[in-house]
Design a protein around this ligand. Structure first.
Ligand code: HEM
Ligand code: HEM
Length: 204
């Protein structure tokens, strides 16, 4: 008989991190097209969250640590094969494939944020100057008949920033598919666990 006892797996930090990231990522993605101060503030918030999560990956609770969910490629591949044949074993923390996706998401989000930061004109690194630096130079460049945004050589960087953001969206869709597949295979609601922090105890 499956156990009905529940144990705590995801600590409050991981849960707040996750759902804040979901909301902030959606806003960042939707505000990227405009010259938006909101986009930059949200982008900084995402970078701050990522930095905190990376530190937590070394000092946090058991299942939040990288050590708990970073596996060698052989194990990840084996798990992927087992998943296809519905024989994947259950993990209390992230499974090897899920863990690989978490790391990929963290890397892609960081690269998206960093390329976004590099897109800003030099003087915009201080938050106080964001408004002036993002809006005024663009207007000035346009008034002077220069190419868009006072960032003539940044076209490629902007493309890269956008491509990374799009790649992250694809990864998120795969991530959600993985969460649903895993929930079905092991007959548990992983989305609920990411809200309550609790999971069914039992074979790990
Ligand atoms: C990590 C989450 C982020 C996501 C998902 C994201 C997404 C996007 C997207 C989709 C675009 C539109 C690109 C285009 O249409 O060409 C964009 C543009 C831009 N982003 Fe981000 N971004 C993020 C973080 C940041 C950060 C941290 C900054 C700066 C600190 C930033 C600054 C910019 C700038 C300056 C543009 C160009 C706006 C323009 O010139 O039209 N982004 N971003
Ligand atoms: C509404 C859509 C989403 C759902 C339902 C969802 C669900 C989940 C669940 C259930 C987990 C835990 C997986 C496990 O048990 O091993 C998880 C982890 C994670 N998800 Fe999502 N997710 C969503 C959207 C996103 C988005 C948009 C991002 C990033 C932009 C994201 C990034 C992550 C990360 C980084 C983790 C690892 C959490 C940690 O260990 O700190 N998720 N997600």
């Amino acid at each position: 008989m499956p156990s009905t006892e529940e144990i705590r797996v995801w600590d409050p930090f991981v849960r707040v991190f996750h759902w804040s990231l979901v909301v902030l990522f959606a806003i960042a993605y939707l505000t990227g097209d405009e010259e938006s101060r909101l986009h930059i503030w949200i982008g900084y918030a995402i970078l701050a969250l990522l930095a905190a999560r990376i530190v937590w990956g070394f000092v946090g609770t058991r299942h939040a640590r990288f050590r708990d969910f970073v596996f060698p490629p052989r194990v990840i591949l084996g798990y992927a094969l087992a998943m296809v044949t519905m024989r994947a074993r259950r993990y209390l923390g992230h499974n090897p494939l899920g863990g690989a996706m978490v790391v990929t998401l963290l890397v892609c989000l960081s690269l998206t944020g960093i390329t976004g930061y590099l897109l800003l004109p030099g003087e915009a690194s201080s938050p106080d100057q964001i408004a002036a630096a993002t809006l005024a130079p663009i207007a000035m460049a346009r008034a002077n008949g220069r190419d868009e945004h006072n960032r003539d050589d940044d076209g490629l960087l902007k493309e890269l920033h956008e491509a990374l953001a799009d790649l992250t969206v694809i990864l998120v869709l795969l991530h959600i598919a993985g969460v649903l597949a895993s929930s079905l295979v092991h007959r548990e609601n992983l989305v609920r666990s990411m809200i309550t922090g609790r999971k069914r105890a039992g074979p790990d």
